[in-house]
Write a protein that binds this ligand. Structure first.
Ligand code: AMP
Length: 426
């Protein structure tokens, strides 16, 4: 029989690794709260049409990577491959614009893409991200980018770099695509098959090609999109740069940064992990003023980013940013037998209720084995409970960190634990 295991490209978040996720998630929640963003949670599957229309039928995501299936009612459904389209759908469906003129939203959750798995690329992965819906102004772009940088700074990550670009409004981009096509026409034969296929479609995708010869041709012959923006687009981009300068955020202007998704307008940006391998994008985003209208919603400008959790963890691991995990256990109680267990249980429950972290021996081990385990778990205090302790209603609390002992009445145990405990009542 075939062994049961995770599906290719998917991973368990193991109990001894989940503290990394929790640390990142708690920093994220603090940062999002400081910038006044609200969480939105959408379903993990949606009607396929949402992504076909929202992400663009010709994008790699939609044409090659989606997990699409028919349900028993014959509906075509898809496991979400990204979250912006879902958030836009939610905005339209629930008339967010009637609640307030501006919505600042964050999300965190699993996504699904049928890509070739490799380090930093999975089939189920997780993204956190934000969307600012309602503002056409460059200060919204600046806030989104500044927030993304704040997350990496708050987590202590050092090896990353911000890249920014503008791909202009739809008209300027159409015009630029013609200019690009004309400039590359003489070099077309040197391009790879895929780039030649894309030449007459979305030629901007040529910037994403990883083939070295295509890269060389693009570098040598592709005109910079920034030189072909409208005056309004240029003004928007310059204002964004001024705001980033004002808050001291360094950036690289990267004219090749056009991003794979069809819905971007004006600002695009990416944060690259400079110590990561081939899959070096930590975070990507930009402005998408046309998406909500294209999905039959009100004409509403928006800007946002999405960032990978797994790649962030890889980058933080490489910089040694996760401390050795300690569960912060206050007390380990080992009853000598089942009668002692029964008598001490109400005390254990009362302590846990007050928020002390109490481990109760569940394996009926010898005192020696129990002590070894308590040491491994870095527990602060240990107590063995036998007949004598029950009779006196006291315990010999052994401090494993400082190697001393305290004879303590049951009523006083809380006071002793309080010297070191980080408890919060539950
Ligand atoms: P995208 O939605 O493609 O712009 O990706 C945004 C971010 O999500 C990237 O910068 C990565 O950090 C992360 N990401 C995208 N695809 C994957 C994947 N297949 N596995 C892991 N992380 C991914």
């Amino acid at each position: 029989m075939q062994k049961l295991r995770t599906i290719k490209g998917t991973h368990d978040i193991l109990p001894w690794e989940s503290h990394k996720w929790q640390k990142i998630e708690s920093v994220l929640r603090e940062v999002f709260a400081a910038y006044a963003y609200k969480e939105v949670r959408t379903p993990v599957f949606e009607y396929t049409a949402l992504f076909a229309r929202g992400v663009g039928e010709f994008s790699d995501i939609v044409s090659k990577e989606m997990y699409t299936f028919e349900d028993k009612g014959g509906e075509s459904l898809t496991l979400r491959p990204e979250l912006t389209a879902s958030v836009a759908r939610s905005f339209i469906q629930h008339n967010y614009q009637q609640e307030a003129p501006l919505h600042k939203l964050w999300y965190l959750g699993p996504l699904f893409r049928q890509e070739r798995p490799q380090a930093g690329r999975q089939r189920q992965f997780h993204q956190f991200g934000i969307e600012v819906i309602g503002s056409p102004h460059p200060e919204a772009d600046a806030e989104v980018i500044e927030l993304a940088c704040r997350v990496y700074r708050a987590l202590g990550l050092r090896n990353w770099e911000l890249h920014i670009n503008s791909i202009g409004s739809i008209e300027a981009r159409k015009n630029y695509m013609d200019i690009l096509r004309a400039a590359l026409e003489p070099h077309k034969d040197g391009l790879c098959d895929t780039c030649r296929e894309r030449f007459h479609g979305n030629i901007l995708r040529l910037f994403d090609c990883k083939n070295p010869e295509c890269g060389r041709i693009m570098k040598a012959h592709a005109p910079a999109i920034l030189d072909h923006l409208s005056p309004e687009d240029t003004e928007h981009f310059n204002a964004l740069r001024n705001y980033l300068d004002a808050v001291g955020i360094p950036y690289v202007i990267d004219p090749a940064l056009v991003r794979g998704l069809d819905y971007y307008t004006r600002t695009t940006f990416e944060i690259k992990g400079t110590a990561l391998g081939a899959q070096d994008a930590l975070c990507g985003g930009g402005r998408y003023d046309l998406l909500i209208r294209d999905l039959d919603g009100p004409d509403t400008p928006a800007v946002g980013f999405a960032a990978g959790m797994e790649r962030l963890i890889l980058a933080m691991d490489a910089e040694g940013l996760f401390e050795q995990e300690s569960d912060g256990l206050d007390l380990y109680i080992a009853p000598m037998d089942s009668r002692c267990l029964e008598k001490v249980l109400p005390l254990v429950t009362a302590l846990r209720e007050k928020g002390y972290r109490v481990q109760l021996e569940l394996l009926r081990r010898s005192v020696k084995a129990m002590l070894r385990d308590a040491n491994r778990q870095q527990v602060q205090w240990v107590a063995v409970v036998g007949e004598q302790e029950l009779e006196k209603r006291s315990m010999n609390l052994k401090n494993l960190r400082e190697n001393d002992q305290l004879e303590t009445a049951w009523d006083e145990i809380g006071a002793v634990l309080d010297r070191t405990s980080k408890r919060k009542p539950i």
